[in-house]
Design a protein around this ligand. Sequence first.
Ligand SMILES: *[C@@H]1O[C@H](CO)[C@@H](O)[C@H](O)[C@H]1NC(C)=O
Ligand SMILES: *[C@@H]1O[C@H](CO)[C@@H](O)[C@H](O)[C@H]1NC(C)=O
Ligand SMILES: *[C@@H]1O[C@H](CO)[C@@H](O)[C@H](O)[C@H]1NC(C)=O
Length: 697
Amino acid sequence: MEASLCFALLVFFPAFTSTVVLPQKRSAQGHGSDLEIYSFHVDCKVTSRFAHNVLTSRMANRANASREVTFDVELPKHAFISNFSMTIDGKTYVGVVKKKEEAKQQYDQAVSRGQSAGLVKVSGRKMEEFKVSVNIAALSKVTFELTYEELLKRHLGKYELAIKVRPQQLVKHFKIDAHIYEPQGISFLDAHATFLTNDLAETVKKTLTQDKAHVVFEPTLDQQRKCPECSESILDGEFIIKYDVKREASAGDIQIVNGYFVHYFAPTDLPRMRKNVVFVIDRSGSMYGKKMQQTREALLKILEDIHEDDHFGLITFDSEVSTWKSTLVQATPEMVQQAKTFVGRITDRGATDINAAVLKGVEMLKISKEERKLPERSVSIIILLTDGDPTSGVTNLEQIQSNIKKGIEGLYTLYCLGFGFDVNYNFLEKLALENGGVARRIYESSDSALQLQGFYEEVATPLLQQVELQYPGNGVSDLTENVFRHYYNGSEIVVAGRISKNDLEILSVQIKAGAASSDLTLAAETPVEEQDEAVKKHKYIFGEYIERLWAYLTIQQLLSKAVSAQPEEREALNEKALQLSLNYNFVTSLTSMVVTKPEEGQTDRTMVAHKPTEAEQGDRVDFSHHGGGFGVGAAGVPFGPGGPLGRPQGGGFGVGAAGVPFGPGGPLGRPQGGGFGVGAAGVPFGPGGPLGRPQGE
Ligand SMILES: *[C@@H]1O[C@H](CO)[C@@H](O)[C@H](O)[C@H]1NC(C)=O
Ligand SMILES: *[C@@H]1O[C@H](CO)[C@@H](O)[C@H](O)[C@H]1NC(C)=O
Ligand SMILES: *[C@@H]1O[C@H](CO)[C@@H](O)[C@H](O)[C@H]1NC(C)=O
């Protein structure tokens, strides 16, 4: 019996392997192989957290006939595109940034002519896809150049520069070249990529001196090959550079260039403040299955990490609201144990009453405070996790916002985590922003629990609250936000502004904040001239970086303020953000970039880049989501035979698994449009049936 089974396995094993379809030799994005990317350069210059990135791709049409050539890259969601050009036959066509409404007309006209005109799409958790296609005459070349800028944000003690790499063919001259200059000095530097093999990792050159870092990655054609003989590229994923800066002065670091200043404040040597946190957890029917399980998993882990002198409360809700205890309790080992038992029993059921649940959280904090259960100096936050729209109790969104704002009275901070794509992200964002917090999307994927924990980790260690940074009233103007509710360990407070007084010699700052055991006052003075000169000397500086940083930050803050402003105020905020976007050539949610290329004997070809917002993700399609051949690949398809799957074969192409640093599974989990390929993944056993069909029984 045993022998025959063994025999059967031997017989069938070859049949099994032969059904695994190896990826076909593919040409770039379904074009003919006569389209060659002969050079692809990523140039990053980071000056004091402000990153200026230029992607340049040179392509050639080696065919006798004209061909459609596609430039397809990704950039971080928080970045603003600030330039785009294409050079064809020695002629350069430069994108023009316009007010969004104006660009929309051109966009609509192009679409009505049957041209696909949209250039930017959301692509996964952290990235946006920029894609342009143009017709190139036979035997000619094109150069695409995209510039984008972003202020790197400090998260959990580091800055991260993420470069999406996916040339989709071997590239003769491929290079990532990143220069980082941090006047404060760089404390560590790390560069890695998901796709790097050990051999390839060794070719990444990193140099670090006191205040400068340089990272170069320049694989040869052969090093790009997935295997010695194949023409498939191994370059597929994110190349990530991480670093942090040294911090010596406790009042932070001020830099001044060309009449603008930026102040970075991120003290690390403070004791933690005690915190009171209420978790408000959705257990409505839609949380059924994996989401509920991952939420439990995350909560259990968070409970393990909760600091012993913190206080916490747990609320679960569907159409009913349940509390674990009626007030917050201190996170002693016994209490944490009890809470874990409670969490282990949370199961899904019923509808979604966000209003009652959050208000319950507020009430719990208030009662606990009244009963003097909470420490005098402590930070109080509410973390709401939900995966759907309110469907029970008060369901009018504005009413809920108003109720919660009234309830919280500015006393507590509300963070909203939207699980998946059935949430009304706009609503959650507004709710959070109105109450001093932020909203975050949790992507449905195998790592959802980690995402939840990651968020908690960011707010786990408050060091300061009510942080106020003051500069001389008659010397500076156009300040970005200078009052912050909290400062969490691992993050950073950034304030920028303009020096409005010509002869200002000293820029002074005074910082006031509530700390763990007392109120804190810090002061610092920076000589304006000297600083200016010292920083200017550096060759890495692209002149006016602080001014652009200031503009970037101002626009981001205006847009986020506009989310929760009253209509009239919103208009004013948006108008201001629009003017700045136009002045600095930034593609923001209020502007668009229009690229027009005259076509011989035809109407000009117009393409428009709109910036999608987080709320427009998922199936809430914005008007740039047109054009076929776009597939969000690999959704739910972990690694399988046949290499990286989710790589559509035929016309489309996939984004997704490739750019996802957190493991398999497409970020959006929803393939859009055509061109979705899974290769042999769905056929684990191949034809011939499962292995256990013994012959000669
Ligand atoms: C391309 O041009 C060459 C030489 O002019 C010619 O021999 C060949 O047939 C052409 N190929 C195609 C596909 O037109
Ligand atoms: C955009 O790029 C083009 C082509 O490289 C260049 O001529 C132009 O000056 C750039 N525009 C801006 C605003 O940087
Ligand atoms: C804050 O983070 C740093 C590391 O980034 C760590 O050394 C320090 O102990 C943390 N402070 C507290 C109070 O946890």
